[in-house]
Design a protein around this ligand. Structure first.
Ligand SMILES: C[S@@+](CC[C@H](N)C(=O)[O-])C[C@H]1O[C@@H](n2cnc3c(N)ncnc32)[C@H](O)[C@@H]1O
Length: 242
């Protein structure tokens, strides 16, 4: 629910092909001027990695989007996501949601170590958690930084960095990794497909923490570590608690 397809009028969007940003200093300057929330260092990282060379950033007056071959850009729309969550949980509440039950703790602090397009992070924030979110991919990080500029959030911190267990300070850890086999399945949502195109991160090993670690898995898929202490079953995913 976090990524929306808008783009009614293609002409209103300014296109920044990622592979041109390093070659065209004027284009780079224009991009950075329009997106002051994004550091030159982050763009340098994107260019140096060579990732996303067939993708372009698109900018309208409100949002930074990302698309390949002139398809409709995806972007993170915090306001719409929060409105959607208000509508969904207004009457029924969230205390019986498997996801909520899996991450619930006294401190109400969560580290989302795989932020992606913010879907899970926003839901946790909506439910009242203090969220510290990490995203390793610099291209996806640009979309997140822009979304947070457009719609700043309380109780939400974002770090554009690959998470490893040395970064852990406190709170429940929420981990939503891709798995190689899942990559082969067809018809994921558009935003997930984009994330998959960029996915290059290894599975983290099982940590030794006092706090719980919650791993989101597709229903029926194998465990990423040994058998969890508890599983909360959702409709199409489950939450394994270690
Ligand atoms: C399956 S997606 C997460 C989707 C996310 N839960 C959502 O609701 O949009 C995995 C994301 O985690 C990122 N990632 C993978 N390993 C990471 C790590 N060690 N640290 C930070 N980000 C990581 C990937 O770049 C990708 O964007």
């Amino acid at each position: 629910m976090s990524a929306k397809f808008k783009l009614k009028n293609h002409e209103n969007w300014i296109k920044f092909p990622i592979d041109r940003l390093s070659l065209d200093s004027e284009l780079m300057q224009r991009f950075l001027e329009n997106c002051p929330e994004i550091s030159q260092g982050l763009i340098t990282k994107i260019v140096a990695s060579g990732m996303g060379s067939n993708y372009s950033f698109y900018l309208d007056q409100d949002h930074l989007g990302l698309a390949q071959n002139d398809q409709k850009p995806i972007y993170v729309d915090i306001e719409s996501s929060m409105k959607y969550h208000s509508k969904v949980y207004f009457k029924k509440g969230h205390s019986n949601e498997p996801f909520y039950k899996s991450i619930k703790s006294e401190s109400m602090k969560v580290i989302d170590i795989t932020c992606g397009m913010m879907g899970d992070s926003l839901l946790m924030n909506f439910w009242g958690f203090d969220v510290l979110a990490y995203e390793a991919n610099p291209i996806i990080s640009c979309l997140i930084l822009n979304a947070l500029k457009v719609h700043p959030l309380k109780r939400f911190k974002f770090v554009t960095q690959e998470f490893n267990w040395n970064h852990y300070i406190d709170g429940v850890v929420f981990y939503d990794p891709f798995f190689r086999k899942e990559k082969e399945k067809t018809s994921p949502k558009k935003a997930m497909q984009v994330l998959r195109d960029f996915d290059e991160f290894d599975f983290l090993s099982r940590p030794e923490l006092d706090e719980k670690v919650v791993v989101k898995r597709p229903k029926g898929s194998e465990d990423i570590w040994e058998k969890p202490h508890h599983r909360y079953q959702g409709k199409s995913v489950r939450y394994d608690v270690y």
